[in-house]
Design a protein. Structure first.
Lengths: 215, 118
């Protein structure tokens, strides 16, 4: 009998993927923050979809908050392309120790961007993410490659399983044009659909039996 | 710092029944202002995680080492369930505030004390 593959056991479930830390490679956090300071503390993280911009933004938020910055995080998506009245008020109230972060700034028209830029002038810091450069000086340009996908998958399923998946990871990377988020979603589906036999997989029925026995 | 949760008896329960146990902690530093013990459920799977905190007990100004008993009555709904896209998981969580170490024990709340499998 084939074990049912439960969402809570899926190694590619969203909360596990979100817990992956951003990989800064040779560049350290201090270098990155120094560069941000050199850019007048107003800069952009630039890269294509699924390349880790939001992950890096969230890590920067945590690190800067720990250094005493007060966060004003603003999030835009294709279905939320405008700031609301409360967001504008928070921008206007921001002062020298406030850090405004805007994820998905490409969603704003140039006019709205101009307004946001103007209203955030009093804030001590501004970091935005964008698919394209040009709105602010680029703090970091994001690029992905198959080895990065392999490293993330290794963290989620272990070295042995990641090695077995290596050829598939190359294909996935190509299929999703380097969008790591979409690659990991495809791997979720592959696991859920039983495409692979995974080491250490928990048989849900056996798990239920052992729970009954414990009772 | 270490914080742990110990349940009295089995982690699988009928909805509407009581979950009892004890949270214990050791070697807390001065920055730990409180210990928060929560009964909650959350979802896991392909989509965005959803969380609901049902009940909380707050221990203000905890000593460096100590413990606190808890007893929560599980609501009748939602039940623990799991499919390939989504799981709903009940849990008891103990956390140090401000944001610090977290201990969690998953429990089951469903008729027959077995997670409903979709």
């Amino acid at each position: 009998m084939t074990a049912q593959r439960l969402a809570r056991q899926n190694p590619f479930r969203v909360n596990r993927v979100l817990s992956l830390r951003y990989r800064l490679d040779a560049l350290g956090w201090r270098d990155l923050l120094d560069r941000w300071a050199e850019l007048g503390q107003r800069a952009a993280l630039v890269g294509p979809k699924g390349s880790g911009k939001t992950t890096l933004l969230e890590e920067l938020e945590q690190r800067l908050e720990a250094r005493g910055w007060h966060l004003v995080p603003l999030r835009l998506r294709h279905d939320r392309r405008r700031l609301n009245a409360a967001d504008w008020r928070r921008l206007q109230d921001a002062g020298p120790r406030h850090l405004v972060t805007v994820d998905g700034v490409e969603q704003l028209s140039w006019w709205r961007w101009h307004q946001l830029s103007k209203h955030s002038q009093r804030a001590g810091g501004l970091i935005v993410t964008s698919h394209t450069p040009g709105r602010l000086p680029t703090l970091r340009r994001h690029q992905t490659d198959p080895s990065l996908l392999h490293a993330l998958v290794t963290e989620l399923v272990g070295t042995a399983q990641a090695a077995r998946l290596a050829p598939e990871l190359e294909q996935l990377f190509e299929q999703h044009q380097g969008n790591l988020r979409d690659c990991l979603r495809s791997l979720y589906d592959a696991w859920a659909g039983g495409t692979h036999r995974w080491p250490g997989e928990v048989d849900s029925r056996r798990e239920a039996d052992s729970r009954r026995n414990a009772a | 710092m270490t914080i742990q949760i110990h349940l009295d008896g089995n982690p699988a329960h009928e909805p509407g029944t009581e979950v009892r146990g004890r949270a214990t902690w050791q070697s807390l530093n001065r920055q730990s202002k409180s210990v928060l013990i929560s009964l909650l459920w959350h979802t896991e799977g392909k989509g965005t995680e959803d969380v609901a905190i049902i009940e909380q007990i707050k221990v203000e100004g905890p000593s460096a080492a100590g413990s606190r008993e808890f007893a929560f009555v599980l609501p009748n709904f939602p039940w623990s369930f799991s499919g390939t896209l989504l799981s709903l998981v009940w849990a008891i969580e103990a956390s140090l505030e401000p944001a610090g170490e977290v201990a969690r024990v998953d429990i089951v709340s469903a008729p027959g004390t077995e997670e409903v499998q979709l």
